[in-house]
Design a protein. Structure first.
Lengths: 113, 112
């Protein structure tokens, strides 16, 4: 299994809603990532988990809250988002370390109204 | 300041010819380099990678070249096929559990 799966595929939420994005991989990878991608821009790193511990937080606002319940799962909890947070949210996984490519999921297209 | 630059936002190539995508970087600490392909509304798909100890890596129709002295990375696709039409991102990282830094992407259109 060389897949990273993400649910839901699309999400529309209001600014007062609380929702969660989910990501799952069964490749045995021990590093997992959240990226945000706006149209015509490269993916921007948000968070990195290594061995289920948060290792990088790229100064992401607290309205985004990551969680790694186990080595296969990664969640992103969303609360009080702004319309400018609308984007494609990508999850990726890899082996930790240098020479290991990241495998990306298909993304969740988030629209904040 | 952009550490990774893809100076051509778009490229058009005829089917069967060679596509050459380029990427320049400034950080001499980068030692692992990757190319990803992305279709609209999908996540990036890993294509090919190269470490800094090599200057060329080949996988089928895809070849990646690394010129460390010029801090230049390129991807050659030959022969190009219409299904190769997508946005191509170069990405790179330094050693350890460090983040990938992406270029802005080049949109490749292969015309039949």
């Amino acid at each position: 299994d060389t897949e990273v799966t993400q649910t839901p595929k699309h999400l529309v939420m209001g600014m007062t809603n609380k929702k969660s994005l989910k990501c799952e991989q069964h490749m045995g990878h021990r590093a997992m990532y959240w990226y945000k991608q706006k149209a015509k821009k490269p993916p921007e790193l948000m968070f990195v988990y290594s061995y289920e511990k948060l290792s990088i937080n790229e100064s992401v606002p607290s309205r985004f809250s990551p969680e790694c319940p186990n080595s296969s799962l990664l969640n992103l909890h969303l609360h009080a988002l702004q319309p400018e947070d609308s984007a494609l949210y990508l999850c990726a996984s890899s082996w930790p370390g240098t020479h290991n490519e990241q495998f990306f999921g298909p993304g969740t297209r988030l629209t904040v109204l | 300041d952009q550490q990774v630059k893809q100076n051509s936002p778009s490229l058009s190539v005829q089917e069967g010819r060679i596509s050459i995508l380029n990427c320049d970087y400034t950080n001499s600490m980068f030692d692992y380099f990757l190319w990803y392909k992305k279709y609209p509304a999908e996540g990036p798909t890993f294509l090919i990678s190269i470490s800094s100890i090599k200057d060329k890596n080949e996988d089928g129709r895809f070849t990646v070249f690394l010129n460390k002295s010029a801090k230049h990375l390129s991807l050659h696709i030959v022969p190009s096929q219409p299904g190769d039409s997508a946005v191509y991102f170069c990405a790179m990282k330094s050693s350890g559990n460090t983040p990938l830094v992406f270029g802005k992407g080049t949109r490749l259109s292969v015309i039949a």
